[in-house]
Design a binder for this molecule. Structure first.
Ligand code: PLP
Length: 397
């Protein structure tokens, strides 16, 4: 009789294996740093390039591979890499494609922390940056120089919501042989196809990044980012940097994303409809000078939105008339009860954040105070009642 192993050993090396073939609506969750190889030959045959096996938790598990493939489908891409935040997705693209002496071009209305990354970090590594006016394709054409290696795009612009002529910008970069990367967090893979905006495959970007934190999560409780491509060589370059930098995502976060993803289009449509109703309501209010929502006629770049998109995110901004002091706008935001004060969007709770335009867009013609609204899942009539009572509280009847 072989001696029975001690209890700890037996509990670790337990002989039971559950039957194969288990299936449920949600995929199983696999957690690992260590991945066990059947033998040394398998260990030595490991290959980082293909998803044909597993080597180490950081380099992928069935859970993260499944999420990568589903995000690639959402984006209309072929390959996706997952990173711990949307900002890390921007960082992965920058660090993978840029080196000392190179230059990156960024829209002047891009997501603020991505601009700070260029100003504060890329600069230290000898990587130059320049901002261009996303609403003027000529400004991009003029900014591209011999050192330009990457052009960032964002649609619409952050906070001021101007929708650029994406195909025109992509064509300019492509004609000069420069790689394009789109921050597609707003579109989420739902509003338009980043690899064929307006149905035009020749005007598709090379790379689409998303803050999965926003629409794919929809809960306001997960941070994650994705980098998606259709080009094999470009993907491998990004994947090599991803591996060398040691970026991975946690299994519980990947699970939360897999749980939310099936409803992304439904949630997007619901928040789109609610936001358009609220934005139209604001158009009738005398306190505001502009309602900035790309699906509203008169909003900057509306014609480009119309040509490229079939939907809009549940997000818009109102610019208050400049006769109103900043303190009154802040009093309005403070008086809101259902709308909470906080960053991010696409979660269940409606959010409001005030911005001073001379701070976030210095050097532009934007002036005054703006409030950016992210619409959640509350009933629209309750949100309107909340806005009405807060306007009365701050501005009087
Ligand atoms: C939120 C956001 C990001 C960053 O995502 P995090 O996961 O919060 O880092 C990047 N780009 C845009 C447009 C965003 O809205």
């Amino acid at each position: 009789m072989p001696k029975r192993p001690a209890l700890p050993t037996e509990l670790i090396h337990h002989p039971y294996t559950p039957p194969a073939g288990f299936e449920a609506p949600q995929p199983g969750v696999f957690k690992a740093s260590t991945v066990i190889f059947p033998n040394t030959a398998a260990l030595q045959a490991r290959d980082w390039k293909e998803k044909n096996g597993y080597t180490y938790g950081l380099h992928g598990t069935p859970t993260t591979f499944t999420l990568e493939e589903r995000i690639a489908t959402l984006e209309g891409g072929l390959h996706t890499l997952l990173v711990p935040s949307g900002l890390a997705a921007i960082t992965l693209v920058d660090t993978s494609l840029l080196g000392q002496g190179d230059e990156v071009l960024i829209p002047d209305n891009a997501y603020g922390p991505g601009k700070e990354l260029a100003r504060q970090e890329l600069k230290r590594w000898g990587i130059a940056h320049r901002f261009y006016d996303a609403m003027d394709p000529g400004s991009l054409a003029a900014a591209i120089g011999p050192a330009t290696r990457l052009v960032w795009l964002e649609a619409p612009g952050s906070i001021t919501m101007e929708f650029p002529d994406l195909p025109a910008l992509v064509r300019i970069a492509r004609a000069r042989g420069v790689t394009t990367a789109l921050d597609n967090t707003w579109g989420a893979g739902v509003a338009f196809d980043p690899f064929a905006p307006g149905g035009d495959g020749a005007a598709g970007v090379d790379i689409s990044v998303q803050a999965l934190t926003k629409f794919p999560s929809g809960g306001g409780d997960v941070l994650m980012g994705s980098v998606t491509t259709r080009d094999d060589a470009l993907h491998l370059r990004l994947k090599a940097t991803h591996m060398h930098m040691g970026w991975g995502v946690g299994a519980n976060d990947a699970e939360a994303l897999l749980r939310s993803l099936p409803t992304v289009a439904l949630r997007y449509a619901a928040q789109d409809a609610a936001a358009r109703e609220l934005a139209r309501w604001w158009q009738g209010r005398l306190e505001v000078a502009d309602v900035l929502h790309p699906a509203l006629p008169g909003s900057p770049g509306h014609a480009h939105w119309l040509r490229n998109c079939t939907a809009a995110a549940g997000l818009f901004s109102v610019r208050f008339d400049e006769r109103h002091p900043v303190a009154r706008v802040h009093a309005f935001v403070d008086a809101l009860r259902l709308f909470r004060i906080g960053y991010s969007w696409a979660g269940p709770v409606s959010l409001a954040v005030p911005y001073d335009l001379s701070v976030i867009r210095p050097g532009s013609s934007w002036r005054g105070t703006l409030v950016r609204f992210s619409i959640g899942f509350e009933a629209v009539e309750d949100l309107i009642a909340d806005l009405e009572q807060a306007l009365v509280a701050a501005f009087g009847g």
